[in-house]
Design a protein around this ligand. Structure first.
Ligand code: AMP
Length: 430
C-alpha cells in the first residue's frame, strides 16, 4: 500500500518554523491594535455565488482556481448548495459587513483577519494551494469618510510600519489608480481599440483577456508582449477629475508621512473589484513570486454582492511569503563573517594574522584580508562577506586602538583591541 502524503500544494508547518509564524502573527496583531483595528473571523467556506459576484467570473481565481463542490442536502428542509473554499477573504468580510448591518453603526469598520485561503494554482516556491493571508479592510458608509484618500494613505503607512517591525527591509511599494466605475469604461474602450490591431501577435492569455478582461492585459509578464503593452494607452491619462484628485491626495499624504513609493501605471491586479487606488509591496528576495502583498480600494464591492453603498480599502499579505523573506534575510545575515580584518600594507600581514587568530579562537567568524590590497579594494571585499571591517595598520598595531566600521549602520568607531571581540558579538544583533 502506498503511503499517504499531504496533498499537492499543501504542507505541514513544523517547529521550529512555526515559531516564526507565531512571531509574524504577534507583530501583525500588535500593529493592527495600535491602528485601532479589530479582528474578524469568517468561515472557511462560503456560497460559491459570493466569489462569482464579489471577485468576478472572469478572474483566474474564479474561472479556474476555486475548490468548489455541490454540497448535498441532509434533510428535506435543506437544499443542496454550491460551496467554495474561500480563495480570498475580502468578499467574506464584506458579506459579513452586510449580513450584520455593520454600516448602520455609522462608523468606519476597521477589521483584520489571519487565516488560510485556497486556490488551485500551479504549486512552486512561494505559491501553494493552501496558503495563509494576513489582511485588513477599512469599510463603511460614505458619511463616515470611507472614500477619503487619507484612509488609503493610512493603510499604506500602516503596512510600511508592519513590514519594518517584522524586520523586512528592502521592500518596494508600487501604487496606481485604476479609476472609478464612471471613468474606467472609457479607458477600457480605448484599451480595446488599441489592442484590436495587435492582440493577434500577443500570447494566448492576452488574446483571451482582450475580450473578457482587457485591463488584465497590463498584467502580462511574457517578454515578447512587453513592447505591445508599453505602447497601449495609460490609465492615468483617462482618469476623470475626481479620480485624479483622489490619487494626488493619496500620494501627497504618503509624501508627508515619508513613506517611499513608486508609481506603476501597469499595476491593475487580478481581482475585478478594485477601483481607484491599487498597490503592491514586493521584495527582491522572493524571486518569481515577488509580491508580498497586494490590495486596493473597492468602492462598488458591497453593492455588487447585494449590500448598501460601502466604499472600502484593504489588502492581503501572503504569510507564507513573509516567512520565506524573513528566512532568507536571516540566512543572509547569518552567513556574514563578524569581521574582515584589513592589514594596511603588506608589512602588517603577520600581525593581522595574529589578531585574526585571537578573534577566531574566541569563537568569532573572521575573514583575513591582504595588506597588498588598496584600501578601496579591502572595503569592497569586506562589504561582500562581513558585517564589519577592522583596519589594522602600524598605528593600530602599536596603540592597540583599532578603527572599526559597521556596514549596516555605517558607523565608524575606535575600539580597544581588548574590547574588539565583545564589540563584534554585540554587532551581530544590530
Ligand atoms: P491576492 O489575494 O491575489 O491579491 O494576493 C495577495 C497576496 O497573497 C499576494 O501578494 C501573495 O503574497 C499572497 N498569495 C496569493 N496567492 C498565493 C498562493 N497561491 N500561495 C502563497 N501566497 C499567495
Amino acid at each position: 500500500m502506498s503511503t499517504l502524503k499531504a496533498v499537492r500544494g499543501t504542507r505541514d508547518l513544523l517547529p521550529p518554523e512555526t515559531a516564526l509564524w507565531n512571531r509574524i502573527e504577534a507583530v501583525a496583531r500588535s500593529v493592527f491594535e495600535r491602528y485601532n483595528f479589530g479582528e474578524i473571523r469568517t468561515p472557511v467556506f462560503e456560497d460559491t455565488g459570493l466569489f462569482a459576484r464579489g471577485v468576478g467570473e472572469e478572474t483566474d481565481i474564479v474561472s479556474k482556481e476555486m475548490y468548489t463542490w455541490e454540497d448535498r442536502a441532509r434533510a428535506q428542509s435543506e437544499k443542496s448548495q454550491s460551496l467554495t473554499l474561500r480563495p480570498e477573504n475580502t468578499a467574506g468580510v464584506v458579506r459579513a459587513y452586510i449580513e450584520h448591518k455593520l454600516g448602520e453603526t455609522g462608523q468606519l469598520q476597521k477589521l483584520y483577519y489571519i487565516g488560510p485561503q485556497f486556490r488551485r494554482e500551479r504549486p512552486q516556491k512561494g505559491r501553494y494551494r493552501q496558503f495563509s493571508q494576513i489582511g485588513a479592510e477599512v469599510i463603511g458608509p460614505v458619511s463616515a469618510g470611507s472614500e477619503s484618500p487619507v484612509r488609503d494613505a493610512e493603510v499604506l503607512e500602516m503596512l510600511a510600519t508592519l513590514l519594518d517591525e517584522l524586520g523586512i527591509s528592502g521592500w518596494t511599494l508600487k501604487i496606481n489608480s485604476v479609476g472609478s466605475a464612471s471613468d474606467r469604461p472609457a479607458y477600457i474602450a480605448k484599451l480595446k481599440a488599441a489592442l484590436e490591431p495587435v492582440v493577434g501577435q500577443m500570447c494566448e492569455d492576452c488574446q483571451r483577456r482582450a475580450v473578457t478582461n482587457p485591463l488584465r492585459v497590463l498584467d502580462c509578464k511574457v517578454p515578447h508582449d512587453q513592447p505591445f503593452i508599453d505602447a497601449l494607452p495609460k490609465i492615468a491619462d483617462s482618469l476623470d477629475e475626481a479620480s485624479r484628485t483622489h490619487f494626488a491626495a493619496v500620494c501627497a499624504a504618503l509624501d508627508a508621512a515619508g513613506v517611499p513609493y513608486e508609481r506603476d501605471h501597469r499595476l491593475v491586479r487580478g481581482l475585478d473589484y478594485y477601483t481607484r487606488t491599487t498597490f503592491e509591496f514586493t521584495h527582491g528576495g522572493l524571486g518569481a513570486q515577488n509580491a508580498l502583498l497586494g490590495g486596493g480600494r473597492y468602492d462598488g464591492l458591497s453593492e455588487a454582492i447585494g449590500g448598501p453603498k460601502a466604499p472600502g480599502i484593504g489588502f492581503a499579505m501572503g504569510e507564507d511569503r513573509l516567512v520565506l523573506t524573513l528566512q532568507e534575510l536571516d540566512a543572509a545575515k547569518a552567513e556574514l563573517a563578524d569581521a574582515y580584518i584589513a592589514p594596511l600594507g603588506e608589512a602588517q600581514n603577520p600581525a593581522a594574522l595574529g589578531l585574526a587568530r585571537e578573534l577566531r579562537r574566541g569563537g568569532l567568524r573572521i575573514e583575513l584580508g591582504d595588506g597588498s590590497f588598496r584600501l578601496k579594494k579591502s572595503f569592497e571585499a569586506a562589504d561582500k562577506v562581513a558585517r564589519t571591517i577592522v583596519l589594522f595598520g602600524e598605528n593600530e598595531a602599536q596603540s592597540g586602538i583599532l578603527t572599526v566600521k559597521n556596514f549596516s549602520s555605517g558607523i565608524q568607531s575606535k575600539i580597544a583591541r581588548v574590547e574588539l571581540a565583545a564589540h563584534l558579538v554585540a554587532a551581530r544583533t544590530k
